[in-house]
Structure formats: structure tokens, C-alpha cells
Design a protein. Structure first.
Length: 267
């Protein structure tokens, strides 16, 4: 009897599991197929002024609905408020917003964890007004970086400089950081725009003194790449601290480094 009871209990468990699976499958079918149909009974097409009949359902940013068959008739604009109808399915909205080429840019200022986002003109005004960033017009530059205690590497970030040329904006970064055990300085340029447009430009950086010089040439990285990502990929002019102090001249106890550069547009 003991063996028969176990077999019966096993059959009961199998039937229960089968029932649960069937319920889940039915609920999934209902959610995906019947739910939109039920919703369409309570939503009205703004064109036909009747229940929505043709899936998928469409909705403008103000919440007005219409059926997909009427979309070509209104030239992709809501007939109620004239707002443009979207083309992104709701379930793809978050993914699209994280990858869209027209999504807002993060503030490129490296001296603090600034959370401001916006388009390029807005960020340029923000950098100028809120971060007091130096703004320059022209494709060539000559900057002198001075630091009384060059042995301080932690948090040694200089103020960002923004250049306006070729109808675009560029950010020049210069800072100290630790490369393994070696203290170094790095200078690099970032383009205030997308990656594809950034590839249309090149730049060079030159630093020197005492009859010696180092030259770097590269392509500016887009501000889509964070300041830290560019720095940690070593995509710029890297100068060891001892070399930087040698270029500074004098008693080598104070950093007085002159960095010159040029930006040009590739043909």
C-alpha cells in the first residue's frame, strides 16, 4: 500500500504542475492577444470616432489614440492636437532612449560629478555660466599649466577649456593621474557631438622645453565617452612627471608646462 500511495501522490503532483503550466500559457496568450482587443473596446480612434479596430494601437504624446490603419491618412500627426505620432513601440522606449543618436549629452566637466544633461548649445552655456570654463574662438591654442606642488596627484584636475571652431565645440582636458605606480600628466581633446562627426576632425598637441619636445596627433573622442573612459584608455598626450618638470625648467619644483595645439578638419 505504501508504494501505491507514493505513486498516487506522484501522479497528483504531475497533474498539478501540468495545470499550473497550462494556466501560465493561457494567461500569457490572454495578455499578449486578448488584452489589446479588450483595450480597443474602451479606446476611441480620433479619426473614425469609434472603437479602435486595427492593431497595433497608436497614441500621441498627449494620449490621443487612433488605429494603425488611420495613421497614413493623418500624415503621421495626431488629428486632435497635431503632435507628431511616434514610431517607437512602448516596450522598446527605454532601450531606444539609451541608444538614440539624438539623446541628451552629459556635462563634460571633469572637476566634479555634474549631473546636468542637454543638447550642445545648452551645455556650452552651462559650462560658461556655471563652471566658469574658459571659452576660446579659433583652431590653435597655447596654454600654460602652472602648479606649485606637482607631487600632488590625487584630484589634480585643471579647469576645462572649450574651443569654438569650424562651427563646432571642443573640450581640452589636462590633468594628473596615477599610471600604475608612475605619476603622469595627460592632455586630450573631446568633441562636443557624436562619434561619427568627431571622426571628421584631427588635432595635435605639443609640449616641450630645453630644446626638446613631444608631439601627439589623434582624433578627438566624442563627449559620449566619459572623461574617465578617455583618460583610462590613454588616448592622448601622456607625459611622465619627471619629464614634465624637465620641460618646466628652473629648479624642477614647480610645474610650468606649456601645451600648444591645433585642430583641423579632414578633407
Amino acid at each position: 500500500y505504501h508504494v501505491k500511495w507514493n505513486r498516487g501522490r506522484s501522479d497528483l503532483c504531475s497533474q498539478t504542475i501540468t495545470g499550473v503550466i497550462s494556466f501560465i500559457q493561457f494567461f500569457s496568450f490572454f495578455y499578449k492577444t486578448l488584452r489589446p482587443l479588450l483595450l480597443s473596446l474602451f479606446l476611441v480612434c480620433a479619426v473614425l470616432n469609434s472603437s479602435l479596430s486595427l492593431l497595433p494601437l497608436l497614441q500621441c504624446s498627449n494620449g490621443h489614440t487612433l488605429c494603425s490603419g488611420c495613421k497614413p491618412r493623418v500624415h503621421n500627426r495626431c488629428p486632435t492636437c497635431r503632435h507628431e505620432l511616434g514610431i517607437i513601440p512602448y516596450y522598446s522606449k527605454l532601450k531606444h532612449e539609451s541608444e538614440c543618436s539624438f539623446r541628451p549629452y552629459n556635462c563634460p566637466y571633469a572637476g566634479s560629478e555634474c549631473t546636468v544633461i542637454g543638447d550642445i548649445p545648452y551645455l556650452v552655456a552651462h559650462l560658461k555660466d556655471d563652471h566658469k570654463v574658459d571659452m576660446h574662438v579659433g583652431s590653435t591654442f597655447n596654454h600654460r599649466y602652472v602648479k606649485a606642488n606637482p607631487h600632488e596627484v590625487e584630484n589634480a584636475t585643471w579647469m576645462l577649456t572649450v574651443f569654438s571652431c569650424f562651427g563646432q565645440y571642443f573640450c581640452l582636458h589636462f590633468e594628473a593621474f596615477q599610471l600604475g605606480m608612475a605619476p603622469v600628466y595627460i592632455a586630450f581633446l573631446r568633441f562636443m557631438g557624436d562619434d561619427e562627426t568627431a571622426k571628421n576632425f584631427s588635432y595635435s598637441l605639443e609640449v616641450g622645453g630645453n630644446g626638446r619636445k613631444m608631439i601627439w596627433q589623434g582624433v578627438p573622442r566624442s563627449v559620449r565617452d566619459s572623461h574617465r573612459k578617455v583618460r583610462d584608455s590613454f588616448d592622448g598626450l601622456i607625459i611622465q612627471r619627471n619629464m614634465a618638470l624637465f620641460f618646466s625648467g628652473g629648479d624642477r619644483k614647480e610645474l610650468k608646462l606649456r601645451v600648444t595645439g591645433r585642430i583641423w578638419k579632414e578633407q
